[in-house]
Design a protein around this ligand. Structure first.
Ligand SMILES: [Ca+2]
Ligand SMILES: [Ca+2]
Length: 146
């Protein structure tokens, strides 16, 4: 993410490419994931996901894996801006060719969203009663959205 927008920049884009094997489509969705979910590291093409120095004119034409990243000719640490698990694919990119893969991808995406956006306390019942019943209380934090 862009360091000049911290702490208000909290986006994460997930792309799920389903039921097609077009390399152009996969490239486009990977590029969208890289731009929509990178953490800028100082000295690694500031304000852009590493290896990019500008927004591509056509995401269909972007070559994956990136040449300086896992799966390419070298493995630069800067690739971790969008590839924490070091597999050469943007971490926000998912692909599914059948229902089971689609279900698993959606499960992983939703779990990740929950990890990023919410925290809370266990539910509790206060000791004092009201005339109309008890109150069930749970504190829940939901991240501010812009
Ligand atoms: Ca960068
Ligand atoms: Ca990855």
């Amino acid at each position: 993410m862009r360091s000049d927008l911290i702490p208000i920049n909290n986006r994460q884009v997930y792309s799920l490419y389903a039921f097609d094997d077009s390399n152009d489509g996969k490239s486009s969705m990977k590029t969208i994931s890289a731009f929509g979910g990178f953490t800028d590291i100082s000295g690694c093409n500031n304000s852009y996901p590493y290896t990019f120095s500008e927004v591509p004119d056509d995401s269909l034409e972007v070559a994956w894996p990136r040449s300086s990243c896992p799966g390419g000719s070298s493995n630069e640490q800067c690739c971790k801006e969008w590839d924490e698990d070091n597999n050469g694919v943007p971490d926000g990119y998912f692909a599914a060719e059948n229902g089971a893969e689609l279900e698993e991808a959606l499960r992983v995406i939703f779990v990740d969203i929950l990890k990023r956006t919410a925290s809370g306390t266990s539910a509790s019942l206060p000791i004092s009663e009201t005339k109309i019943g008890k109150n069930l209380v749970q504190a829940l934090f939901i991240q501010k959205t812009i």
